[in-house]
Write a protein that binds this ligand. Structure first.
Ligand code: MG
Length: 472
């Protein structure tokens, strides 16, 4: 599938430089707008929120914390830890681990919350603080707002020396994570194939645990960029333009599949045995294809994710629940509908048997099991699924402009099937488009998917007309 990437305007880029506080936490640039003292206060705000949320609980609350490999990670982790201890929360330090690893340990250790120090797929100069509640899901909007307010008001429930939180270490995350992931596949069946696999972990947090998992599955593993130095070997978002090295290495090493993770290893992109980047949208589609062979039930994904999932689901008699964009929204819908698989088109696969969090390790084992069971190559499996042309774009638009654009779009596409749970998603016979305001920046995002490029262009042009009428 072809994916045209973001046409980012200079204005949008400038806006992205601000410290962002959203549902999933805080993100900023180290040395500019994200400092250790800010991280400490954010930790105290989160701890204060947790104390209020669990006010009836007699025992002391605990939070587990981990970080990806960014050089600023240790500093920020210490700072958040200090902020939590100040308000009387015990902290379990998981060290350098993946985001899904922290999500798993929150529940494994019975913590009241989790913190991941990561800026995910953003460049190394960024870092961030991702918050999880005791269900391993990001706080819902009202809770996120409360935490933000405590942070801005410096409303911290400080404790005296006697009640300060204590810090302990736990190094079991990788093993617990691997054990959980292995429960959802047939280890012996995959092991018999002795798959030759290439892994690119971009020197993020995923290398160590993923190599260990692949070794347990009997794979012959070639790893590149597997040192967790935080010195990213290429731009860290696992997109086609950033993975040319992996594609080349797949050909040179003659492996059967290439996997690429983002720095905190919740996203997974796949390269086929010919060195062709197949796109992150296929990760969920392939994982779902395997799950639907075994189970019936529902699947969940956001409104911006490819129709490929609907095609596979229809064939298998599975219903797809569509949610607003955001991992927490997908996870919530999966719990509500007891979904058998879910995730997002950015390579994030969620299997509730492991955790309600996107997990590249889950994606990897499900795809390997699909290859083992079908005895097909990854390119054969991809061509069976077929594909669409997808285009992604974003442009600057304030709140009122975004509202006007959506209103005019509704008039323009009045014959389409419309979903307004997150901006507007218009479904047509030959494709769909999703137009929404970003949760974190004053920009609008447009995703268009259609059977081919000319069909998609028709919708892109129509939206351009709408934009011109409002923005000039
Ligand atoms: Mg990530």
């Amino acid at each position: 599938m072809l994916v045209a990437r973001w046409g980012t305007t200079k204005r949008a880029l400038a806006m992205a430089e601000q410290l962002i506080i959203s549902i999933s936490g805080m993100r900023g640039i180290i040395g500019e707008n994200l400092t250790a003292s800010i991280a400490t206060e954010y930790g105290s705000a989160f701890g204060t929120f947790l104390k209020k949320r669990h006010a009836g609980k007699k025992e002391k609350l605990s939070v587990c914390i981990g970080r990806d490999s960014r050089p600023s990670g240790k500093m920020l982790k210490s700072a958040v830890t200090e902020g939590l201890c100040k308000v009387g929360i015990d902290v379990i330090d998981l060290g350098l681990v993946t985001t899904p690893g922290v999500g798993i340990m929150v529940r494994e250790l019975g913590c009241s919350g989790g913190v991941v120090v990561t800026a995910s797929h953003n460049p190394a100069r960024y870092n961030g603080i991702k918050l999880l509640l005791d269900n391993s899901i990001a706080p819902p909007p009202d809770a996120a707002e409360q935490i933000k307010q405590y942070f801005y008001d410096k409303h911290f429930a400080l404790v005296d020396s006697h009640d300060c939180g204590q810090v302990t270490s736990n190094e079991k995350t990788d093993n617990v994570h691997i054990a959980k992931v292995l429960t959802i596949v047939d280890k012996e069946l995959i092991g018999e194939r002795k798959f030759k696999v290439l892994l690119d972990s971009v020197n993020g947090a995923g290398g160590r645990v993923t190599k260990k998992l692949l070794a347990e599955l009997g794979c012959v593993v070639f790893a590149i960029n597997d040192e967790p130095t935080g010195v990213f070997a290429h731009a860290p978002e696992p997109t086609a333009e950033n993975l040319t090295g992996l594609c080349e290495a797949v050909k040179t090493r003659q492996v059967e599949i290439g996997f690429a993770q983002d720095p905190d290893a919740d996203r997974l992109a796949i390269v086929d045995e010919t060195g062709n980047y197949i796109g992150e949208e296929y990760t969920l589609a392939l994982a779902a294809k395997f799950i639907f062979r075994r189970k019936t039930g529902k699947a969940a994904t956001n409104l911006s994710t490819s129709r490929m999932l609907d095609d596979i689901a229809q064939e298998a008699g599975v219903q797809v629940v569509r949610t607003p964009v955001g991992e927490a929204n997908v996870a919530k819908a999966m719990l509500e509908h007891n979904c058998i698989i879910g995730g997002e088109g950015n390579g994030g696969v969620i299997d509730l048997r492991v955790s309600p969090i996107r997990d590249s390790l889950v994606g990897i084992v499900l795809v390997l099991q699909l290859m083992a069971e079908t005895a097909k190559t990854i390119s054969e499996l991809v061509s069976e699924i077929g594909g669409y042309y997808m285009s992604k774009d974003k442009f600057a638009a304030g709140k009122s402009e975004a509202g006007q654009i959506l209103d005019l779009a509704k008039e323009t596409f009045d014959d389409a099937e419309l979903d307004t749970t997150d901006g507007c998603r218009f479904d047509f016979d030959d494709g769909w488009l999703h137009l929404r305001a970003s949760n974190t920046e004053p920009v609008m995002r447009l995703i268009v998917e259609a059977k081919d490029k000319p069909a998609a262009q028709k919708y892109i042009d129509a939206v351009s007309n709408v934009r011109r009428k409002i923005l000039g």
